[in-house]
Design a protein around this ligand. Structure first.
Ligand code: SF4
Length: 253
């Protein structure tokens, strides 16, 4: 199947079945989403949703968070991954919002990346979710699932994956595709043990085509038979070598 066809099926399937896919992080405004996304690096959304209500309650504005020390913030996020770094990032991010961006979350991806704790992925999430920009945030799920389905080809880095996805997807679809891929990766196309047999999109998935179709099974059977034949041959050669060695020892005696 051509890559363009896979894209067409991907868009058709998800825009029909998950037209309103969105982030599972809880937030009430751009500042709160920024906090949640910074915290979510290497951590689950479920865990982040457990700690953010207290942060949002006690630090409702960039000014309030900017006035807090990293040690104080640490108390709120000690149960998430990398709490030391993240508490420093949150304090630094709030200070920069106040001092440089007039207390507003910037919409520009380059400006967003100037904020402590904000890399390209986080900047793209904010740009797409808050400002509805055609920005593709590539996290581990997006990277893996896009590659398995065959939307990306030989993309070695998240940036390469992002470039291919934004090149092929219509601009108005990019921000939804991000959530489609994340949710599919989180619940069906798992890193270990993807649920291919029950996956609703297996009929246009490259990974499925290569690993589960009849042709793929025949290939696997043929490879197994070849391997067995090689092993058998090696075993016979070992027996002959042993026999020859034994004969030469008998002769010497
Ligand atoms: S068929 Fe398997 S590899 Fe392909 S998208 Fe579905 S779960 Fe992932």
């Amino acid at each position: 199947m051509l890559r363009a066809e896979r894209y067409r099926h991907f868009i058709e399937y998800f825009s029909t079945n998950q037209p309103n896919a969105e982030t599972e992080l809880h937030y009430g405004n751009p500042f709160q989403l920024l906090i949640a996304v910074i915290l979510s690096a290497q951590c689950t959304d479920k865990r982040i949703n457990q700690v953010t209500p207290a942060i949002f309650r006690d630090f409702p504005t960039p000014e309030a968070l900017a006035a807090a020390t990293p040690e104080k913030i640490f108390e709120y996020i000690r149960s998430v991954s990398y709490p030391n770094n993240k508490s420093k990032h949150l304090a630094g991010m709030a200070r920069m919002l106040v001092e440089v961006f007039h207390g507003e979350v910037p919409s520009d991806i380059n400006d967003l990346q100037k904020l402590p704790g904000v890399g390209r992925k986080t900047a793209n999430v904010i740009a797409s979710v808050v400002f509805e920009a055609p920005a593709m945030a590539v996290d581990t799920h997006v990277f893996r699932v896009a590659n398995r389905i065959g939307l990306t080809n030989k993309a070695k880095t998240p940036l390469a994956s992002e470039k291919q996805l934004t090149e092929y997807l219509p601009a108005e679809t990019v921000r939804f595709a991000h959530h489609w891929l994340i949710l599919h990766g989180r619940y069906i196309c798992l890193a270990r043990g993807p649920k291919c047999e029950t996956c609703p999109i297996n009929w246009f998935c490259r990974y499925y085509e290569h690993n589960h179709t009849e042709a793929a099974l025949r290939r696997a059977e043929a490879a197994k038979a070849k391997k067995l034949k090689e092993l058998k041959k090696k075993k016979q050669l070992d027996i002959i070598a042993k026999e020859l060695k034994k004969r030469s020892v008998d002769k010497d005696i």
